[in-house]
Unconditional design. Structure first.
Length: 372
């Protein structure tokens, strides 16, 4: 969560890193603003729908929504029920998308909301009898592309940032513990054929910061961060998923656009400078928009878009975040200018904060940052 620390570490501002230690507050092991996967599932988002839909249920299991072969928008309702399975009383049910892990529910019915990226998918619904019998149904469906933020005609977009060769990795000292990370560009799983894999190991809820510069523009005041993120079964070991951007503006200050999915609070968070540019205090603020990456569907791509802007003094307005096409307004304006003495730069960070000790593989693709 301690973005400045990360930044300071990346650019050797050790004194600033020390100054910002402990700005987490009550939320453990989080880092902010400065700077995404191992052997994995199939590259294609999901199989194409069957041309002639099969029944969406068997004799013991009934899926009432969605219908097999349906076209839905994300998120969509999953409702199903089963009282018997092969003459056994049903004790447990589950659902999953494509090759993702089962979400297991105790009881005889499912009533859930599921998010998914646009495209073809397969929904799996299962029921287990109290003596071990298993009944299942698989349905083909198509998730339609929802509307998202629009770009003006004068916007400048830097695409395929995940494929740049100058990415670097470093431990974020603001998170405590230890961490290490490696990266590689892979064609699978991938949407573009060039997804970046982030393999992260950590102890004591340490966080690993991955970062890359992608240009320089001191005058842009509006931004759209747009990326596809692929989570695997190891997502259960992630505490926070951080996606930041930094900009040196015309007066020489660095504006930090810090944003993360906070698994501790279950919210989208943003950063602010609670001090002054010359004596900064970089802190995280919880928004009212919900987010917990450990609840996202695994082994599928998730589309994340964030819009923010700034004024001439470095006050940042976080407008909205979209997850798989669903908008959650933030509408918060906070001071976020820091006098760091950096040269003119645009920089983006991708950070994985661990939950305890363990490892994680996460992927990012089609990373585009637009400005105007």
């Amino acid at each position: 969560m301690h973005d400045l620390k990360r930044f300071a570490l990346v650019l050797s501002f050790g004194a600033i890193a020390a100054m910002l230690a402990g700005c987490n507050g009550a939320t453990p092991a989080q880092s902010s603003t400065s700077t995404a996967p191992s052997s994995t599932p199939s590259p294609s988002p999901a199989p194409a729908p069957s041309p002639s839909p099969a029944p969406a249920s068997n004799s013991d299991l009934t899926v009432t929504s969605p219908a097999n072969g349906a076209s839905v928008s994300s998120p969509f309702a999953v409702t199903a029920s089963s009282t018997t399975c092969s003459s056994q009383t049903v004790a447990t049910m589950a659902y999953s998308l494509d090759s993702g892990a089962d979400t297991v529910i105790s009881g005889t019915s499912i009533n859930a909301q599921l998010t998914a990226a646009a495209g073809a998918h397969t929904l799996h619904v299962k029921a287990w009898g109290n003596s071990g019998a298993e009944c299942d149904a698989s349905l083909s469906l198509s998730v339609t592309a929802p509307s998202g933020p629009s770009l003006p005609s004068n916007a400048v977009s830097v695409t395929a940032i995940q494929a740049l060769t100058s990415w670097q990795a470093t431990h974020d000292p603001g998170t405590g513990g230890t961490s290490s990370g490696t990266m590689q560009v892979l064609s699978s799983p991938s949407l573009s054929g060039q997804a970046r894999q982030f393999d992260t190991s950590f102890t004591g809820s340490g966080g690993e910061l991955y970062h890359v510069t992608f240009g320089s523009d001191p005058n842009a005041t509006n931004f759209l961060y747009d990326a596809q993120i692929y989570l695997t079964a190891s997502t259960s070991s992630i505490a926070n998923l951080e996606i930041d951007m930094n900009q040196v503006i015309a007066n020489g200050d660095t504006v930090i656009y810090g944003f993360q999915c906070d698994g501790y609070s279950g919210t989208w968070d943003y950063t602010k400078n609670a001090g002054s540019p010359s004596s900064p205090d970089d802190v995280w603020v919880h928004s009212s928009a919900p987010c917990n990456m450990r609840k996202w569907t695994q082994n599928t791509w998730h589309h994340i878009q964030v819009t923010y802007s700034r004024d001439a003094s470095g006050n940042v307005t976080y407008h909205s975040v979209w997850l798989d096409g669903v908008e959650n307004p933030i509408n918060a304006t906070v001071p976020s200018a820091f006098s760091l003495g950096w040269a003119s730069v645009l920089l983006t960070n991708f950070q994985i904060d661990g939950l305890g000790s363990g490892s994680d593989s996460t992927y990012i693709d089609e990373l585009t940052i637009s400005r105007w």
